[in-house]
Design a binder for this molecule. Structure first.
Ligand code: NAP
Length: 498
């Protein structure tokens, strides 16, 4: 059922934001007006910063790092700020969720659940700040003692995408702050509001000025300048593999900044014949439709045992047809609007290519007209073969391509037949089969008999062209540190010169 009713009202007019530099709001720049992708009305006004603004933000972050106003605090003090931020987030959850919906188009119930996840990220980061430690070597002989210190990398540039503007931000910021680094954030121009709201929250929680700065504007201008900046020590980039590649070039051509990259995926969901087919069908329908499939870990390739494929696709198509696509401000909506016009065109062009290349459309494939906004019905293609573009390319939309296999080896080979390695989900009640697949499929996030489950304790990141490094949890904090080997000699030196 497609919903057109709305539980929350649209704003009376667009909300105007400044950008956040050295603990203060700045404005007076050219303005970018964001329209809600679900309602086609203006919802936010965001400054288009200049490269000079970016330079000022990097300089502020550098000052805040060098004078140790943040890295010089104890882990307990840093953790205290993160816990206070978690409390303020809890109090402002509904407000943040609302702006997330207006800029991104995701359902309000989903946005609220994401903010709960963000609170958990801050709480986990607070714990990690206290527990971060190095190592010691008592094995170097009686005259030498070794210590390994973990030190913050320095000034971090953080570039985030539009699909989970606040969740992806919060899977990084508390862990960067836990390490003692300072930062400059560049959100996607179309979804900057909640990144700016976080600035206010962190300041209220007691974060010193200059530690968290937000510079808004386009990726082409501000994002590119951040990747090239010679005074940024590390760049954490989440987005497309194409821009990730340009970050690698920019780092090499500037100052060899350290890179963390979380990029694209073409993730398999593998259903063996002994799986609980009803559970697996529900998970596949959820996985490909959640956030309209604009999700880096969406299972976009269904790899299903031939013996059960017909039955499974029938179950799955029935589930997908029941998904409630509609106005994201309606509490009952499960799938909202496509976030950008460009992404809408991309998804529709892949649906057309799938049909032209000979795949069979089982369900979906059409747009839903709600009078405003852009909505696509969750789509399943059957009979997909490995050379088709819907088999190979990341579509980043609610389009699932189904393949069949005869043997476990064939299933594993199909799962690995991609340049990406972000995530995978396998379904089998047989321990040997499930564990074999877990060991052999190359992906950074793995689910057995479940999908897209987890929390900020667990590391996030990809194999192959899905990226470098890990975010979240203790692994995430360690990414933003570098280790220093310290050698301490005890007693009198054995002289080299007689
Ligand atoms: P994108 O075009 O790569 O944009 C991501 C971010 O980079 C945005 O903030 C964008 O700014 C900025 N950007 C664009 N061009 C840039 C440049 N030349 N230099 C520096 N920054 C630049 O990707 P997207 O279309 O927003 O997101 C979709 C892609 O992100 C998908 O491939 C998806 O798999 C991937 N993704 C991965 C993860 C993950 O965790 N692995 C999570 C989410 C998304 P503007 O938007 O302002 O131009």
């Amino acid at each position: 059922m497609d919903k057109t009713t709305r539980s929350l009202a649209l704003p009376a007019g667009p909300r105007r934001f400044g950008f956040w530099l050295d603990g203060k709001w700045e404005g007076g720049r050219e303005i970018f007006t964001r329209h809600s992708p679900a309602h086609d009305v203006p919802v936010t006004e965001i400054p288009r910063c200049t490269v000079e603004d970016l330079n000022a933000a990097v300089a502020a972050a550098r000052r805040a790092f060098e004078d140790r106003r943040w890295s010089g605090l104890s882990g307990a003090e840093r953790g205290g700020v993160l816990l206070r931020a978690a409390e303020i987030l809890r109090a402002r959850r509904d407000e943040i969720a609302y702006w997330e919906v207006l800029e991104n188009g995701k359902p309000i119930s989903q946005a609220r659940a994401e903010i709960e996840g963000c609170i958990a990220c801050f709480e986990t980061g607070a714990g990690a700040a206290r527990l971060l430690h190095g190592d010691s070597f008592n094995s170097l002989g009686d005259k030498l003692f070794g210590m390994v210190l973990r030190e913050p990398v320095g000034v971090v540039g953080l570039i985030t995408p539009w699909n989970f503007p606040f969740l992806i931000l919060c899977e990084r910021v508390p862990f960067i702050l836990a390490s003692g680094c300072t930062m400059v954030v560049k959100p996607s121009e179309v979804t900057s509001a909640t990144t700016l709201i976080l600035a206010e929250i962190l300041a209220e929680a007691g974060l010193p000025a200059g530690v968290y700065n937000v510079v808004t504007g386009s990726g082409r201008v501000i994002g590119q300048a951040l990747t090239e900046h010679p005074d940024v020590d590390m760049l954490s980039f989440t987005g497309s593999t194409a821009v990730g590649r340009s970050c690698v070039h920019a780092a090499a051509d500037s100052n060899f900044k350290k890179l963390g990259l979380e990029l694209g995926g073409k993730n398999p969901i593998v259903v063996f014949k002994d799986a609980d087919l009803a559970d697996a069908a529900d998970a596949a329908a959820f996985g490909i439709s959640f956030n309209t499939g604009q999700c880096c870990v969406s299972p976009s390739r269904l790899i299903v045992a031939r013996e059960v494929a017909e039955e499974f696709e029938t179950l799955l198509a029935a589930k997908m047809a029941k998904i409630r696509v509609g106005d994201p401000l309606d509490e009952a909506t499960q799938v909202g609007a496509i976030t950008t016009n460009a992404q809408n065109d991309t998804i529709l062009s892949y649906i057309a290519k799938g049909q032209a290349e000979g795949a069979r459309l089982v369900t979906g494939g059409d747009v839903i007209d709600l009078g405003a906004g852009q909505y696509i019905r969750p789509t399943l293609f059957s009979g997909v073969t490995p050379e088709m573009s819907i088999a190979r390319d990341e579509i980043f939309g609610p389009v699932l391509s189904s393949f069949r296999f005869d043997t476990v080896e064939e299933a594993i080979a199909l799962a690995n037949d991609t340049v990406y390695g972000l995530a995978a989900s396998v379904w089998s009640k047989d321990l040997d089969t499930a564990l074999l697949a877990t060991r052999r499929i190359r992906a950074g996030r793995f689910w057995v008999n479940t999908i897209m489950a987890g929390g900020p304790e667990m590391p996030l990141g990809g194999f192959k062209q899905s990226g470098w490094g890990r975010e979240a949890g203790v692994y995430g904090v360690e990414e933003y540190t570098q280790v220093k080997s310290v050698h301490i000699e005890l007693g009198k030196r054995n002289h080299w010169i007689g």
